[in-house]
Design a binder for this molecule. Sequence first.
Ligand SMILES: [Zn+2]
Ligand SMILES: [Zn+2]
Length: 207
Amino acid sequence: MIIKNLVVGPLAANCYIVGSEATKEGMIIDPGDDAEVILRNVKDLGLKIRSIVLTHGHIDHIGALKEVKEATGAEVAIHTDEAKSLQKQPLSTLLGLSYPTPLPADRLLKDGDSMDIGGLHFLVLHTPGHSPGCICLLEQGVVFSGDTLFNYGIGRADLPGSNYSQLMNSIHTKLMTLPDNTAVFPGHGPDTTIGAERSSNPFLQNS
Ligand SMILES: [Zn+2]
Ligand SMILES: [Zn+2]
């Protein structure tokens, strides 16, 4: 599996370009900003992008969505409970970032769905808490965790639409049930593993 990490935008969100070495098909996870950089990397990797998957709808993860969608023609996929964030961005005003043009999703996801891209099969895990329709994507011992789980951190639960107990429940029931050697690629910051977070993440001790 090809995994290219790009740090984009003023909030330093991780955008991932993920694809199959065999079929040269792939997807973009969270095109948060810097469309030109994302598209240049897609070209360098020689990937045909089939899907743009959003771990959730916060502005720092979708800022370059329109440009990337127009350039690739890929379908836009987001969890059902998050779809309205593509139409309206209360957070953009809150964070002082402008949100360009509303863009509807092409595919609405739910827990247990499979995103099948170029021979790769990503299992959709619904992990509400940081926002209602947060998802993580799991394939071949790798999980893309969005803003649900970070390297020694967890997603914010103090934003409009956040829910702390839901967030902890999602982490414990959907992520901490994965094997220790599962690689974690989060929405911000460096990658980690489920085992490292299980043993040392301060937010997961005594909870
Ligand atoms: Zn977020
Ligand atoms: Zn974020």
